[in-house]
Ligand binder design. Sequence first.
Ligand code: SAH
Ligand code: SF4
Ligand code: F3S
Length: 469
Amino acid sequence: MNTSIEVKDQQKYIEKVKNRNNSKLKYNILTMGCQLNENDSEKLCGMLEEMGYIKTDNQNEADLTLFNTCCVRENAEDKLFGKLGELKKLKQEKGIIIAIGGCMMQEKHITDKIKQSYPFVDIIFGTHTLHKFPEDLYKVLDKKEKLEDIIDIDGKIYEGLPIKRDSKIKASVTIMNGCNNFCTYCIVPYVRGRERSRNPKDIINEVEQLAKEGYKEITLLGQNVNSYLRVEREKNIKFEEYQGVNSFATLLREINKIDGIERIRFVSPHPKDFTDDVIDAIANYNKICKLVHLPLQAGNNNVLKNMNRKYTKEQYLKLVDKMKNKIENLTLSTDIIVGFPGETDEEFEDTLDIVKKVKFEQVYMFIYSRRIGTPGDKMANQIPEHIKHKRFNKLKLLVENQIVENNKKYVGTIQKVLVEGESKNNKELLTGRTDSNKVVIFKGNKDLIGQIIKLKIISEHKWYLKGEI
Ligand code: SAH
Ligand code: SF4
Ligand code: F3S
């Protein structure tokens, strides 16, 4: 079936659920994982609200509870099973509907465990069947049976799903699904399928619509954004070129032209695919933020090879140098894994060495977590937990010291800040972010929310800066 017909078909189920639940029901959603998952959750919220459900943050008053899961590291599993334990009582007392979706549901050992140990869960659905949530929910409400809707083939791209966004200022736009890189530690390619890109026209239309609605910042999302449309080009899969867009760089060029959008970010690019045209786009297009997330993972060539990252320490550093030379005011953030199988203390020092050399603006640090089904899990030389933790703490100390040092450089400077709203901890203050994604707290009129303003940075506080107008 054509995807637009499938989406229309779901609209019928949306109406059916709406008519069935004549009183206003409440839903609660918990999203784990990356920004792609958050964007998927915004679509699930959109569908639920069209079905007449109202969002609540209070678990106890929800008629429907939805989990959008992640499985990139083990702690996500602990979190889900902990939550399900808590929900059992609510299910017995109130008969709430419990639905679980997302990446973790693509793992058979997990769904088996749910069916066996948590048989009260009503719906489990995977990453390729998210668009069918209205139909799944209707069937469960109507037949009062449990339902499993998981497929193991690459889902198609569904345009025009309802969406309820978290912010009115910043929006995420998924530009591609899946991943073809198969880094040996990573589960994502198995649970999200192969790389497939959205049509340029659909992306540009979505961003134009967001600009009309007053959004100022757009984040383009994908597991490997700089290979946008690459599979399609390489395999001669027909796609509709629109305004000359046939690559990530040309997509950036067209989005940069859209009036109203003031900032463009993207995550994540892969260092091996960071082509010159993308570097030039960042350097030349004024709206693209000069903070680039460049996942390193490890600094040692042997570890990088075992991780199947397809670049060396030297190539990574050379790329950073090239970017620094071409892009004015460039800042970098990264992801690092410590304790990959076989990593020695000496090899770990190479990671620290790169961190010292590059001086990242932000480092997301992870302890290696074995994922069933990945090559990394089968490697013999797994690192003992206490050594992983020791390395993690060493890296954390280095990173935190660097962040404090780096923050000092901001003090006294003038920064352009996109004002996002009231500060969570102090309603008297406003909060916003610099181009480099640093949080700045300051005193100001609420009219400024949604604008980019200039602030003088007056002090630094490790995780945020203070500014004044
Ligand atoms: N596609 C993106 C992000 C993937 S998941 C990228 O390539 O950068 C986000 C981060 O989780 C990864 O960058 C990696 O640092 C971390 N990660 C992935 N699998 C992991 C594992 N098995 N253990 C620990 N960290 C992991
Ligand atoms: Fe995972 Fe590597 Fe793909 Fe990122 S590029 S999602 S780390 S396999
Ligand atoms: Fe997690 Fe799936 Fe994202 S595994 S990191 S939510 S793609």
